[in-house]
Design a protein. Structure first.
Length: 372
């Protein structure tokens, strides 16, 4: 096992011991990859490529025959278990290897497990006559993923540079009258043809009044001269994601666009200035929100300021005004800063950059100018 993966396994094992668990069942695909390097992809929420079972002194990767060879190649230091009748029927036998006597305290990811799988696990454990205490938890691995290594930061930056270059190439081909859906496909196509393994999420292109929809779906509406044109896109490269938003106006912008754009730009800059180790996510969100409030635009900013990015497009930390999500920022966290103003029947402006927290503040990873 390479040093990085070995350290990650040991970190999770230490957390298991500290939580008085005997093992942790890992089902979330990004967590599975982070700990083991296994790149198998789940077909859907109810179709898993496999699960990790991390015990205090051993590690298992349980999967089906579609992924056995891949698992052996990618995870040579894990015990590979191929199940033929599903995870729930195979798990009791593996648990018996971990602990022959006494109650097994098994953690599981509440965010990922379905009611159907949970019931099946309980039934098979009972049929096997085992004493297993199933303990639900929410961030057995995510809290470790939030702090990025330098190699992870470089991987994210590479995905970001690819996405930015694709956008600048496509920008030269855009013209009034082109449909949103065609512009979105041109950007996705360019990212894939220049090396992206996939897009981070479906590309958003929203013209005119559609730009008032933060997650607009590109349609057959045409790009309009003098109207806001919002892009939100990202590339996935070597497993890591990037996420960017830019808003432009084909032709000459009107005074309203200039006013709103400048307000959103100022809000973004103020939030970036607030980023430092030890700061709280609510305070960074407030730094941007207060700028918009001073300009009478805060009621048009409904979503959170940003989110962590890594193996998943949305991960810890969450920057928002919600107290339950308030988090203390730590060095080497990577997240977006993306304030927006969305006005019904007019359109919207969102500006999104990615930053990494350094000892002296935020390092902006983007090279693409915010003002295009």
């Amino acid at each position: 096992m390479n040093d990085v993966k070995e350290n990650r396994v040991e970190t999770v094992q230490s957390a298991i011991s500290a939580s008085e668990l005997d093992a942790q069942l890992v089902l979330i695909a990004e967590n599975r990859r982070y700990v083991s390097s296994f790149t198998g992809e789940d077909g859907g929420f109810d179709e898993s490529a496999g699960a990790l079972l991390i015990a205090r002194n051993d590690v298992y990767l349980l999967t089906d025959s579609r992924y056995t060879l891949q698992a052996q190649r990618e995870c040579p230091h894990f015990n590979i278990v191929t199940y033929t009748k599903g995870l729930s029927k195979e798990l009791p036998g593996v648990l018996a290897e971990i602990q022959a006597n006494g109650t097994i305290h098994l953690g599981y990811e509440k965010r990922r497990i379905s009611c159907e799988l949970f019931d099946a696990l309980q039934n098979e454990i009972q049929k096997a006559g085992m004493a297993v205490d199933l303990v639900g938890n929410t961030d057995a691995v995510e809290k470790f993923r939030a702090i990025k290594s330098e190699s992870e930061i470089q991987a994210i930056k590479s995905a970001l540079m690819l996405a930015e270059k694709a956008f600048t190439d496509v920008l030269e081909t855009l013209s009034a009258g082109m449909m949103e859906i065609d512009a979105a496909w041109a950007l996705e196509k360019q990212m894939r043809e220049t090396g992206a393994q996939s897009v981070s999420f479906p590309v958003i292109v929203a013209s005119g009044a559609n730009a008032a929809l933060p997650h607009a779906t590109p349609g057959q509406d045409a790009i309009q001269t003098g109207k806001p044109l919002l892009f939100d896109w990202g590339a996935r490269l070597n497993g890591y994601c990037s996420d960017i938003s830019r808003t432009i106006v084909p032709g000459k912008p009107d005074a309203q666009f200039e006013t709103i754009f400048n307000a959103v730009y100022d809000a973004q800059q103020k939030a970036i200035e607030a980023v430092r180790p030890g700061a709280y996510t609510m305070d960074i969100d407030a730094a941007a929100r207060n700028v918009l409030k001073d300009k009478g635009l805060d009621r048009y900013f409904g979503h959170g300021l940003g989110h962590g990015v890594g193996l998943a497009i949305h991960e810890q930390p969450s920057l928002s005004p919600v107290a339950e999500r308030n988090t203390r920022i730590e060095e080497n966290m990577v997240f977006t800063i993306e304030p927006g103003v969305y006005i019904p029947d007019w359109g919207g402006v969102r500006l999104e950059n990615m930053v990494v927290v350094r000892a002296d503040g935020a390092e902006v990873l983007n090279q693409l100018p915010v003002r295009l």
